[in-house]
Design a protein around this ligand. Structure first.
Ligand SMILES: Nc1ncnc2c1ncn2[C@@H]1O[C@H](COP(=O)(O)OP(=O)(O)OP(=O)(O)O)[C@@H](O)[C@H]1O
Length: 293
């Protein structure tokens, strides 16, 4: 990583650092601003954010409710338009793409995993996994398919429909679906929010393995310090800014960081022990778009 920092206020902690630009990022945002609404009702969800997403690394995004995590993810993934600023994915300007190109981008170069699994109930696990490729009329790479199915531990469940699978297995199908097309980036939005602790560990291990063994770039929005501790780096948002980052996070260091940033409500169920009663599922475009046209 290079050493120049993004111009956001650096916290005075030995653990936290200002967010840094990285060499050869897979995804960058510069001066990314997103304003919802107009006039007196306008809400600035992202305020001139500069962010680099490192390639083949696992990046977690944390921050209080309303800090802009989902908005950042939706803008980076081409699910939401930006008000101003630039987003580049491997040399292509996402922020300048037409809706048609954005649809293609999401189909072909982005993988999505959401809290609500978004599988098609009438299709088998195997069919759900290859659905985005089938929609995009792309050939399924059988070797990659086998590799991913093995990585998620679903080889003996491929002919089952979602109703015949546990919640954890369903989310593992969603992981396989996100990974099978070798996307440039996988975005995971609270991917373990509806899972028990064993399934949570399995899903996080899958994401970790996809980075370590398949060189996948992963961005995960989470409220859970335990989940963030699986990442290589945690980015912290507050009031629409990336205020700090934490490298090689442990659960305790994440908790310390949240306290230091004044976000230690996360210790007490606001997110720290998030479960199925956690934040409402997104009603934004994400819910319908992971396999959408
Ligand atoms: N469609 C929308 N219209 C108007 N305001 C919105 C819209 N979506 C988000 N916002 C506002 O933008 C800000 C950032 O919201 P965002 O959902 O990105 O936060 P978040 O950090 O993901 O929150 P949470 O952890 O609760 O999911 C909030 O003030 C929110 O109310």
């Amino acid at each position: 990583m290079s050493s120049h920092s993004v111009p956001n206020s650096p916290p005075a902690s030995s653990l936290l650092a200002p967010h840094r630009h990285v060499d050869d990022p897979v995804l960058t945002a510069r001066a990314l601003t997103k304003v919802y609404g107009r006039g007196t009702g306008a809400v600035t969800a992202l305020d001139a954010v500069d962010v680099d997403i490192p390639r083949a690394r696992f990046t977690a995004v944390m921050g209080p409710s309303g800090s802009g995590k989902s908005t950042l993810m939706h803008c980076l993934a081409g699910l939401d338009s930006v008000t101003s600023g630039t987003i580049m994915l491997d040399g292509d300007e996402v922020s300048a793409m037409s809706q048609r190109r954005l649809t293609r981008l999401r189909r072909e170069r982005i993988g999505f995993i959401f809290q609500s699994f978004n599988l098609v109930p009438t299709l088998t696990a195997a069919e759900n996994i290859t659905l985005p490729l089938d929609i995009a009329r792309q050939k399924v790479d059988r070797q990659r398919f086998d590799q991913v199915v093995e990585a998620v531990g679903l080889s003996d469940r491929l002919s089952h429909r979602p109703a015949e699978l546990s919640g954890g297995q369903v989310q593992r199908v969603a992981c396989a679906r996100a990974l099978v097309g070798k996307p440039a980036v996988v975005f995971a939005d609270e991917p373990t929010g509806n899972l028990d602790s064993q399934s949570t560990q399995q899903v996080l291990a899958i994401l970790r393995t996809s980075v370590d063994e398949l060189d996948q770039s992963v961005v995960m929005v989470t409220h859970e310090p335990d989940a963030a501790a699986w990442a290589d780096t945690v980015l912290f948002l507050r009031d629409g800014h990336v205020v700090a980052e934490l490298a090689d996070p442990s659960r305790d260091h994440v908790l310390d960081a949240l306290r230091e940033l004044g976000d230690d409500r996360q210790d007490q169920g606001q997110g720290g022990q998030q479960d199925a009663t956690g934040p409402a599922e997104s009603t934004g475009p994400a819910d319908s778009t992971d396999t959408e046209a």
